[in-house]
Design a protein around this ligand. Structure first.
Ligand SMILES: Cc1cc2nc3c(=O)[nH]c(=O)nc-3n(C[C@H](O)[C@H](O)[C@H](O)COP(=O)(O)OP(=O)(O)OC[C@H]3O[C@@H](n4cnc5c(N)ncnc54)[C@H](O)[C@@H]3O)c2cc1C
Length: 396
């Protein structure tokens, strides 16, 4: 097959994973990243079994040697269990196990699979357009950057440029802009505090209280990852002091963990989601990751879905029929990501209820839910498999 070229806009999780996957299928790739370097924010990211299937499929290793056990669960803000999971065989069978990786460490593993000559930092893409040519379609990427910028034509252009995607803006002019979810998030990675001595080293917990959520997950290397969300107007700036105030009076070990945190450990971001798109594909241009389906983080699946997108796209793009491959990508990825998008949004609403009676009813209903049903509901997102063509390659 003649050389086939792809320009990937955005060098985050989705863009780099796509570059790694496409290269395995013989594509010549170029990743353009707006930032001056390929970096990620200093936070954790939960990677579920489907993310590991996707990583294995694109040949990326070295993430997640220390898995979290299944033991843990959901509590109310007074510390009473709402849903408790034990490390049973049944639980492990349905859910596998997760890893909370440091984002920088995940990015390093992805970078190791994409040679330096395939990536360019400090290049901001301004727009994308179609370019007809005999025997097929190409697309042209217009970019800024050192030397005054320029244009790059390619057989395939991947918009992996996140929530405020320029690629989407260029070719999906009717797409609605991102919407504020009503919640802001704080994230902390810190050394495991002594307040957790005696608690299960691999146990995790998410705590739901009036208008807020606090999550605590173990990380490899003796660290913990905490996240907190609250229903507030967008644009707030408060860091650790606000967190301590908001979660004062919540059950142990939350106040003690926050007392041990340092202000520089804390990241704050308003949470936006992207209204659903009717297609992820326009000619030889395809959207992927947050550019296609930014979702709220309540299922911890946004990044995992970007990895699945990348593994799926690269598997299908191994075919000589690129137009057919992209149609199939859209058929496979839209329903799945949009279902998880919806579930995540519902999870956000449910977990942030404020009125006490509504919370009491929610908690009572969840406590009555048979554990097997709860586990099954988790199994669906986690048990993803790549399209068959890629399985063959991964097995080689
Ligand atoms: C608070 C919070 C917690 C989360 N927790 C989890 C979790 O636990 N698990 C999980 O799976 N997901 C989680 N997510 C979601 C996850 O972070 C995203 O889904 C994931 O980062 C999307 O990756 P991406 O590569 O599609 O986009 P991004 O990470 O946004 O990367 C896009 C890249 O494109 C670059 N770019 C943008 N515009 C241009 C341009 N014009 N030209 C060139 N480059 C450009 C950007 O600089 C960036 O590097 C969370 C999200 C939030 C907000």
């Amino acid at each position: 097959m003649a050389e086939r070229t792809a320009v990937i806009v955005g060098g985050g999780i989705g863009g780099l994973a796509t570059a790694a996957g496409l290269r395995r299928h013989g594509w010549t790739v170029r990743v353009l990243e707006r930032a001056d370097a390929f970096t990620e924010v200093g936070a954790g990211i939960s990677l579920w079994p489907n993310a590991f299937t996707a990583l294995a499929t694109i040949g990326v290793t070295g993430v997640g040697d220390e898995r979290i056990g299944v033991a843990g669960g959901l509590r109310d803000w007074r510390g009473r269990w709402i849903v408790r999971m034990h490390d049973t065989e049944q639980a492990a069978r349905h859910t596998g196990s997760a890893v909370v990786a440091h984002r920088a460490e995940l990015l390093d593993a992805l970078l190791a699979a994409v040679p330096a000559e395939c990536r360019q930092a400090g290049v901001a893409v301004r727009g994308v357009r179609h370019a007809a040519r005999r025997g097929g379609h190409r697309a042209v990427v217009e970019h800024d950057g050192a030397g005054g910028g320029g244009e790059l034509a390619a057989d395939l252009v991947v918009g992996a440029d996140g929530l405020r995607s320029v690629v989407r803006e260029s070719l999906w002019p009717d797409a609605k802009p991102p919407v504020y979810s009503g919640h802001t998030a704080w994230r902390i990675v810190m050394p495991r505090p002594s307040a957790l001595d005696g608690a299960g080293v691999r146990a995790w917990a998410e705590t739901w209280g009036p208008g807020g959520v606090f999550g605590l997950f173990p990380m490899p290397g003796g660290r913990v990852y905490c996240y907190a969300t609250a229903t507030v107007p967008p644009g707030g700036q408060g860091g650790l002091a606000e967190l301590r105030e908001r979660f004062r009076g919540w059950c142990d070990p939350i106040p003690a963990v926050l007392a041990a945190a340092e202000p520089e450990h804390v990241l704050r971001n308003d949470i936006y989601y992207l209204p659903r798109l009717r297609t992820f594909v326009d000619g030889p241009v395809v959207l992927l990751g947050d550019a296609a389906h930014a979702m709220t983080p309540n299922l911890g699946q946004g990044g995992c879905q970007a990895l699945e997108d990348a593994a799926t796209l690269s598997a299908l793009a191994g075919s000589p029929d690129l137009a057919g491959a992209l149609r199939r990508y859209d058929e496979l990825r839209r329903p799945r990501t949009q279902e998880l998008w919806q579930r995540s949004k519902q999870g956000g609403t449910l977990s942030h209820l404020t009125p006490a009676p509504a919370r009491a009813v929610r908690n009572a209903l969840l406590r009555m839910l048979p554990r097997s049903l709860f586990l099954k509901s988790l199994a669906r997102p986690f048990s993803w498999q790549p399209p068959a063509a890629e399985v063959d390659i991964a097995a080689k």
